[in-house]
Design a protein around this ligand. Sequence first.
Ligand SMILES: Nc1ncnc2c1ncn2[C@@H]1O[C@H](COP(=O)(O)OP(=O)(O)OP(=O)(O)O)[C@@H](O)[C@H]1O
Length: 272
Amino acid sequence: MNILKERIHDNAFSVVRNENWAKPIYETNGLNLWYGTSHALKNIELAINEKEVTAIIGPSGCGKSTFLKTLNRMVETAADVTISGNVTFKGNNILGKSMPVEILRSKVGMVFQKPNPFPKSIFENVAYGPKVHGIRNKAMLEMIVEESLKKAALWDEVKDRLHKSAYSLSGGQQQRLCIARCLAIDPEVILMDEPTSALDPVSTHKIEELIRSIKNDVTIAIVTHNMQQAARISDRTAFFLNGEIIEDNQTSTIFNNPADTLTDDYVNGRFG
Ligand SMILES: Nc1ncnc2c1ncn2[C@@H]1O[C@H](COP(=O)(O)OP(=O)(O)OP(=O)(O)O)[C@@H](O)[C@H]1O
């Protein structure tokens, strides 16, 4: 009887947990994308849940970056792109005219494979976004810069040289600076496209720790070729192949008990 009660309690708890925690911030329905006549994304159906880390995995050329860049409408900067279907951000279709791209990008930051700080000081890199959004008060900017650098686990390393060039930092520090620059605009989502692939293991570890520490505040979608990294840091994983999603599920299921043999073969390094 007690065991039964516990099971019922567990089930009730997991329903509440799912309802409370697994709320999609992005949803794509029937998303297709062509570069010219090349069909790069095929009927993508995927939810990215709020305050979770979603890993996007798959072999080179399968459409991971294209998908990520669709989420902040960066993909449209490429020539001859055609998109159909829906991509909703908090219920609004971002492919329609209902959400101006500037509004979307003020809520969705992006970090790339190669750190890309501005040719400015460390301070100015982080203060840039808040200034663009109209914050001029010096004390306020100083506070935002300090908080963002602390969240990005970089403050202690740079607090005495805030007005030095961002290019004086190491690659790993520059990548954390780029994450601090995103955090300074208080985004709801950060899209990360292979953010550690150019970094050494120590810097990679620091970025992974940083992702863990911010995920209670920010939703993260991360493209990675590193299976251990996807398994370590993500809650859910989507496996892409040739522009399609083969499978998406809880990360533990994708790695330990995938439904599709292609997923099993990929995550176990048998191709890709
Ligand atoms: N600007 C573009 N113009 C034309 N084709 C493109 C463009 N960008 C990407 N593609 C093509 O679209 C397909 C998907 O590319 P994408 O960069 O999204 O793949 P990916 O999975 O991120 O690859 P990788 O892991 O190598 O970065 C590939 O065939 C690629 O050559």
